[in-house]
Design a protein around this ligand. Sequence first.
Ligand code: SAH
Length: 213
Amino acid sequence: MKDTFKHKGLRKQLVATLIAKGIKNPAVLDAIDSIPRHLFMDSSFLDHAYQDKAFPIAASQTISQPYTVAFQSELLEVKSGDKILEIGTGSGYQTAVLCLLGAQVYSIERQLELFKKTSQFLPKIGYVAKRLIFGDGYKGLKEEAPFDSIIVTAGAPFVPKPLLSQLKIGGRLVIPVGDKDQIMTLYIRKGTKEFEKHELGNFKFVPLLENKN
Ligand code: SAH
């Protein structure tokens, strides 16, 4: 598990690519610059770790494209100490970005294999989430609600109601909505029943699956 000068150099290039694509938040760019993405990937894809692409991980899932991770992270407007719920832990890369941004991260994964692997791996390389949970993200995490923000890292066919109701007033839900392709959607909770909705472009995610634990 090495992080070499070569890896660091490749990360600088990746950060330059993300800036060229419109990512501006310095803390998000710093996180991408410092997290060794290659350690989150299967050995067969190591050479590609710093391309701005999604790659396969275990259980037919993917590690999200760095641009997508940066875009979603920026939309969350993370402040140090924010309580954030992530749906779809996967490789843990997005979780690590949120930890570095100073958030208290709760992250849910429905694939047991990935849940186990990432639960062991993340603390080993120094990223400590508040809680990693094996379960169904459609339900959110009622016992820890409300959250400053919620991020969904799989394509949701619809917006699960519990996620909206588990936001603080002023809280933000970032969720890709759609079947084949998704529209990145930001909801800001303005009041008990009022939500502001913003649609922010097309993305492609693996599906958010229901009730298959
Ligand atoms: N954030 C991850 C992205 C992984 S891909 C990363 O950076 O690597 C999306 C993940 O969502 C997959 O691991 C998939 O198993 C998980 N997922 C799909 N449906 C889910 C559900 N209902 N609840 C929780 N996790 C889910």
